[in-house]
Design a protein around this ligand. Sequence first.
Ligand code: NAD
Length: 252
Amino acid sequence: MKELFDLTGRTALVTGAGRGLGAAIAVGLAGAGADVALVTNRTPAEETKRRIEALGRRAIVITADLSDRTALPGVIEKTISAFGRIDILVNNAGIIRRTPAAEHSYADWQEVLDVNLNSVFVLSQLAGRAMIEQGSGKIINIASMLSFQGGINVPGYTASKHAVAGLTKALANEWAPKNVQVNAIAPGYMSTDNTEALRNDPVRSRQILERIPAGRWGTDQDLVGPAIMLASRASDYMSGHVLCVDGGWMVR
Ligand code: NAD
């Protein structure tokens, strides 16, 4: 049974791995046996690296701005040159800009789409080519409840996360025959820096909590098991699935 979830000898690339959900997923994959390349821009990722090395696994930090398309090939090249291959890509990095749609600036819209969607396509394409060539691979995109719902004051974010779900299915369709499984995790409302503004708003915070059947916000640790599952042999017959990890939010 343990072998189903074992990632020993696998190499993973996790974007936005300096903090929040990405850091927890990176350390979780290492706990299951993987070596991990940690992509970050401004957030330091040295602590994530230290935690992975404490587990006896290798980690490298790659500093790159994912909104800069020209930086993306280097991210994949550095991972393959450090570890020899790439078995798992976790497209986790994401940003959110909260302004009502009528006032939402085009610059905010563009930046959100560049980080949350365009980098996901380009990194998946580059990693996907290597995975197809080696005959196996796992891509995990981090989607959102706003891959299904409209949200409030976050039109760019919602558009990007709907598109991430669509892209997940498009890539899954093409690459399942090549033994590359592409799936997504849609986290519910998780307690990270990304949702700090919501938790600080007493009205929104109460409304959200009341709707979560589990009766609590999620934590970064809630994503670790699902991520290991989607990165391991356990999910070899899963393709194009968007897995909600939301304390029941979507079924309310
Ligand atoms: P976070 O803000 O704590 O972390 C995001 C990470 O992405 C940071 O480490 C940041 O350095 C990195 N990043 C942002 N822009 C970047 C860029 N241009 N280049 C390189 N790295 C960049 O966010 P989080 O809550 O951990 O969210 C992680 C993912 O989960 C995001 O895609 C987010 O949309 C998604 N998500 C979060 C929640 C939640 O409740 N927290 C819910 C649903 C989905």
